[in-house]
Structure formats: C-alpha cells, structure tokens
Design a protein around this ligand. Structure first.
Ligand SMILES: [Zn+2]
Ligand SMILES: [Zn+2]
Ligand SMILES: [Zn+2]
Ligand SMILES: [Zn+2]
Ligand SMILES: [Zn+2]
Length: 202
C-alpha cells in the first residue's frame, strides 16, 4: 500500500518531463517517435508540425508599415508603440500622421494661436492648456473704456498677423478669428469716435 501511494516518476530522456515510472516505457516510445524539441523555444512539437511551427513562430516578419524585419512575437508591440510609421494624432489639430513626423509637426502646429474667449487674447495652442488653468478672464474681457479696446486692438494687430501658420487645418478657426477681429476693430472705432466727439464738444 505504501509503495502504491508513493509512485515515483522518471524523467523522459526525450522531452525532459517527469513521467510516472509505470508509464515511462510507453511514454518514451510515443514521445521519441512523434515529438521533437524545437531548437529555438524548447517546446515539444509534433514532428509533422515542426516546420510549420518554425515558420509560424520563429521566422522574422516584416512590419507592414515600415518594412523592418523582427521577431514575430514583438511585431504587435512594434506596430502599436515603436514603429516610426505608426499613426499618431497631433494633440493640437487632431490630425493623424506618422509618428516620425509628429515632433516636427507639433512644433509648428503648437505655435498657431487661438482666441481665448475669456480674456480675449490669442494664445499659442501649446500654451493653451496652461492658459486655461490660469486665465483670469477678467481684465481683458472688461471692455468698459475706449482705452482698453484700443489696447487690445493694438496688441492683436491686423488680421494678417493673427493668421495661423497652417490655415488648412483650421479654416473655420480663421474665419472666426477674422470675425472677432472685425468686431474688435468696429468696437474700437466706435469708442474712438465717441471719444473724439466728446472732445470736440468740450
Ligand atoms: Zn517524453
Ligand atoms: Zn519553437
Ligand atoms: Zn514598423
Ligand atoms: Zn497639428
Ligand atoms: Zn484667457
């Protein structure tokens, strides 16, 4: 009874696995006839599938985006995180482009300006996030005196100077910019006119 419960194992010379000693002969016959150890990964592979296993698992594959060859098991990571040609999105204009071009594109794209509706100033897109957190939205929004309006007008300059550097990405934004500028100019001249009238009266 004690012997039966302490059944020993032996190691198969072919696959190096521990096999109950009562089964070892049968196992070894089957194992050595049908299985072979993959020289690359060490897995026991049915002999008739050995070639298929090697081709499917261990031959280098080419990335379909950048055509660099690599081990198959890192291809997915490469395509998702490392491939220079993988698609990424510009954080400023949300345009998809190859990762390798991203830095250069964002350098230009982030320099474009956008009107902050709270403080009525033009803010570089790259500074927009910080600005949104710190914008008081009070001083410049308070167009109570003609001096303020004209100060903004001078600061923002002509529509030509405000034009974003990459107009193809933001046509609507430009149109909006122009509209806002025209309004500011109009307001400015109205106030200016008033002031002139006032000074003429006195
Ligand atoms: Zn074996
Ligand atoms: Zn293998
Ligand atoms: Zn690639
Ligand atoms: Zn962009
Ligand atoms: Zn602001």
């Amino acid at each position: 009874m004690a012997i039966a419960s302490e059944e020993t194992t032996l190691t198969c010379n072919h696959c190096d696995r521990a096999i109950p000693s009562s089964n070892i002969d049968l196992h070894y016959t089957h194992c050595s006839r049908n299985l072979e150890k993959c020289k690359v990964c060490g897995d026991m592979i049915p002999k008739k599938h050995a070639e298929e296993h090697f081709l499917n698992t261990h031959t280098p594959v080419a990335c379909s985006l950048c055509s660099e060859t690599m081990d198959r098991n890192i291809l997915a990571i490469h395509k998702g995180e490392n491939c220079p040609q993988r698609n990424v999105t510009c954080e400023f204009c949300e345009f998809p482009l190859p990762a390798i071009d991203l830095a250069e594109h964002q350098e230009v794209c982030g320099n474009r300006t956008e009107l902050c509706h709270l403080c009525n100033r033009y803010i570089r897109l790259r500074e927009r996030y910080n600005h949104d957190n710190t914008c008081t939205g009070i001083a410049e929004n308070n167009v109570g005196t003609s001096r303020d309006v004209r100060a903004i007008e001078r600061e923002e300059g002509s529509p030509r100077r405000q034009r974003p550097e990459q107009p193809d990405y933001s046509r609507r934004r430009i149109l909006f910019t122009i509209a806002i500028t025209s309004m500011a100019v109009l307001l400015g001249s109205l106030f200016f006119q008033k002031k002139t009238e006032n000074s003429q009266v006195h």
